[in-house]
Design a protein around this ligand. Structure first.
Ligand SMILES: Cc1ncc(COP(=O)(O)O)c(C=O)c1O
Length: 406
């Protein structure tokens, strides 16, 4: 291969080159967290060995280097999302970003009787924060139902919009099923009724180019560890005028302009929402992760993952009793499945014995599993570094596990 050299990509992920239970590791738990290339790991190490210092407040050399690197990462992220720098808030991750919006914009703007529309595909992180606000302020949460193929019922969505919700909060891609939601259409319809829109991009950022301006969402959130970056760091994008109107959330250092014993005034964006010493190393490394992804090209990554997903999906159907959960036409590289008569957890445990790492359970979408009438699924998900040989190993392992458990 020339353009997309899987060998050269895998060289950058030494963690993949190991044995688990005396078998070559086949890592297919990428939707939970993908692995980190050397550039990201080295970036963190280099920060701590060469220029660690607290940022923004020090006049000394190391503090300047650290501040420049951290703010440069913010610029990389802003450019990647087509946002302005002050619209990029560093968070701890997707969950943290949604909670920030819920506790600031939500508590301020969602009043008794106001409606919030979310989808039946949401991760708990895009459900519970809204339930907390709804409980406190007396709002009503409406759910867009999920059809049997794992897509959203857009007819009901239109009906829910007729009730003039204040907020629509949906994921771009479902973590449990891989369904790619028609968010362009959903955002434009939500805007027609003046709803604020939050997009949970946790499962989208490692597969799609994101242009928040073209998308016209009000908020976009994601986690660094879903895009080959570190855990403990994430991003909240918000439209500048909305962020400016929002009250600060956490109080402390960095988020203030000035403080007296009686009161405080808030700092300008984005620092207004970044109280306390931030996760400097991982913020810098997230910039590096985005550069890594862009060096491969998101279109090339998606093309590669599509080949793996389509091949694996076809071959899984050779397994007796196979039931695919989520068969939308537009999907990312997630395959959720069940095997008749077998518990997902037992299958997952046996796959691990055979060196294959998958995830089993409700994938933090318990209501979705209830709606589908299943206890959970076995979920395999592919990333830029997976290979067709690994698809073979995966299929063989599923067949073997099925035989052993039947
Ligand atoms: C769609 C979606 N939303 C939110 C989250 C929560 O992300 P984090 O745990 O990084 O905050 C995840 C994680 O799996 C996810 O897939």
């Amino acid at each position: 291969m020339t353009a997309y050299s899987i060998e050269r990509i895998r060289e950058q992920f030494p963690i993949l080159n190991q044995q688990v239970n005396n078998r070559p590791l086949v890592y297919l738990d990428n939707a939970a967290s993908n692995q980190k290339p050397n550039a990201v790991v080295d970036c963190i190490s280099n920060y701590y060995t060469s220029y660690h210092a607290n940022i923004h407040r020090g006049a000394h050399h190391l503090a300047q280097l650290a501040t420049e690197a951290y703010e440069n990462a913010r610029t990389i992220i802003a450019n990647h999302l087509n946002a302005q720098r002050e619209e990029i808030i560093f968070t701890y991750g997707t969950t943290d970003g949604i909670n920030l919006v819920a506790q600031t914009w939500g508590r301020r703007n969602l009043k008794a009787g106001d409606r919030i529309v979310i989808s039946g595909l949401e991760h708990h992180s895009n459900l519970v924060p809204w339930q907390m606000v709804a409980e406190e302020n007396g709002c009503i949460i409406d759910i867009i139902p999920v059809l049997s193929d794992g897509t959203l019922d857009m007819v009901v969505y239109d009906q829910l919009l007729e009730k003039k919700p204040k907020l629509v909060a949906v994921n771009q891609v479902s973590n449990s099923l891989g369904t790619v939601n028609p968010i362009a259409e959903m955002i434009s319809k939500a805007k027609n009724v003046n709803a604020c829109v939050l997009i949970d991009g946790a499962q989208a950022v490692s597969h799609f180019e994101i242009d928040v301006k073209r998308m016209d969402c009000d908020f976009y959130v994601f986690s660094g560890h879903k895009i080959y970056g570190p855990t403990g760091i994430g991003v909240l994008y918000g439209k500048k005028d909305i962020l400016e109107a929002m009250p600060a959330w956490r109080g402390g250092g960095e988020m203030i302009k000035s403080v007296s014993y009686q009161s405080f005034s808030v700092n300008e964006l984005p620092y207004k929402f970044e109280a306390g010493t931030p996760n400097i190393a991982d913020g810098i490394a997230l910039g590096q992760a985005i550069e890594f992804v862009n060096s491969l090209g998101l279109n090339a990554i998606r093309e590669h993952e599509t080949l793996l997903t389509q091949t694996a999906t076809q071959r899984l159907l050779e397994v007796p009793g196979m039931r695919l959960i989520g068969t939308a036409e537009e999907k990312t590289s997630v395959i959720s499945f069940l095997i008749d008569g077998l518990h997902p957890y037992d299958v997952g445990t046996l796959l691990d014995q055979l060196g294959v790492a998958v995830r089993t359970g409700h994938h933090c979408t318990e209501p979705l599993m209830h709606a589908l009438g299943i206890p959970g699924t076995i979920r395999a998900s592919f990333a830029c570094y997976n290979t067709l040989e690994e698809v073979d190993l995966f299929i063989e392992a599923v067949k073997k596990a099925t035989q052993m458990l039947s």
